[in-house]
Design a protein around this ligand. Structure first.
Ligand SMILES: *[C@@H]1O[C@H](CO)[C@@H](O)[C@H](O)[C@H]1NC(C)=O
Ligand SMILES: *[C@@H]1O[C@H](CO)[C@@H](O)[C@H](O)[C@H]1NC(C)=O
Ligand SMILES: *[C@@H]1O[C@H](CO)[C@@H](O)[C@H](O)[C@H]1NC(C)=O
Length: 275
């Protein structure tokens, strides 16, 4: 009996260890070295991936199940819902720079309510702004390319994106594309429902239900919150979190609080659903 237990333990251990060694080619998901040209130096990776207590489904989740369990109720992570290999290849650094380097992009400050904007060329952004977030820099003083796309210029790229195959009745989808360096992210905020995923790099998500007020300063970065406040949170049943890799999409229901933190240099896209 004891021997069986020990054996089981060993097998479990082997599975866990084996699992951690798998990489994208073997497992179909992320490996850090596979970065699409969006290099992240290991020493710049201040934020680490964390646990996941958000339900995880796969592409077998039907539209009816989505409506019944999640659409109006709860966040969910869905794995392999769509195949975006084509879009991923188009968003590798060399391809994006070639197609969009000369265009002007509008940066938004990375605080909760995104007050300020700044325009730079995409080339300038990739060369000088996609760097690791400094712990000392405030959110309202960090400029970051997310949302706010010029849809005429970005249309031909955005239409290559295959949206998550789930809908909300009487809602329309609008896409928002961005990229940023390790340690960047948007502090707690909320808006309408939608989906988000990274094409390159990993992104860590923190969420609270609409009726709970997270404790944060709107001008401080997610990184500051993560380093200074998050470690003090123990056993908060309301705090949901998960780290997503390419191939996984998260659904945020209407008015759920969320904060994001890019672990690596990340290229990401959101599908906002509005009535
Ligand atoms: C990861 O994938 C590559 C092939 O792309 C392979 O050579 C390597 O052995 C794999 N495993 C690990 C643990 O790196
Ligand atoms: C950013 O926010 C901080 C704290 O709220 C404030 O003291 C500072 O003046 C703001 N910076 C800018 C450039 O507005
Ligand atoms: C946050 O920063 C903005 C401008 O950068 C400023 O107008 C606002 O007062 C600041 N908010 C707080 C709560 O300090």
């Amino acid at each position: 009996m004891l021997l069986v237990k020990i054996l089981n333990c060993l097998i479990l251990f082997a599975l866990v260890v084996g699992h951690n060694n798998l990489n994208v080619s073997e497992k179909g998901i992320f490996m850090p070295e596979d970065d699409g040209g969006w290099l992240t130096n290991p020493e710049d990776r201040i934020a680490q991936p964390g646990p996941c207590n958000i339900p995880v489904e796969d592409g077998s989740l039907t539209q009816d199940e989505f409506l019944e369990r999640y659409a109006y109720h709860y966040p969910v992570v869905i794995r392999d819902a769509t195949n975006n290999q084509k879009f991923r290849s188009l968003t590798q650094r060399p391809s994006l720079l070639e197609g969009y380097g000369h265009t002007t992009v509008r940066l938004s400050s990375a605080n909760s309510y995104s007050y300020s904007k700044r325009d730079v060329t995409f080339y300038e952004y990739c060369s000088n702004h996609v760097h690791p977030q400094k712990l000392s820099t405030l959110g309202n003083e960090t400029f970051y390319f997310f949302g706010d796309n010029n849809h005429d210029e970005w249309q031909s790229l955005l239409e290559m994106y295959r949206q998550p195959p789930y809908t909300l009745p009487k809602h329309f989808a609008a896409l928002s594309f961005g990229l940023a360096g390790p340690g960047t992210g948007v502090p707690f905020h909320f808006h309408g429902p939608g989906f988000a995923e990274t094409l390159w790099g990993r992104k860590r998500w923190f969420m609270y239900p609409p009726d709970v007020n997270p404790n944060f300063h709107p001008n401080r970065t997610t990184l500051q919150w993560y380093v200074e406040d998050y470690p003090k949170i123990t056993d908060d049943p309301n705090l949901l979190e998960c780290t997503l890799s390419p191939g996984e999409v998260i659904y945020f229901p209407d008015k759920w609080w969320h904060a994001t933190l890019n672990i690596d240099s990340s290229v990401f896209i959101s599908t906002f659903l509005s009535p």
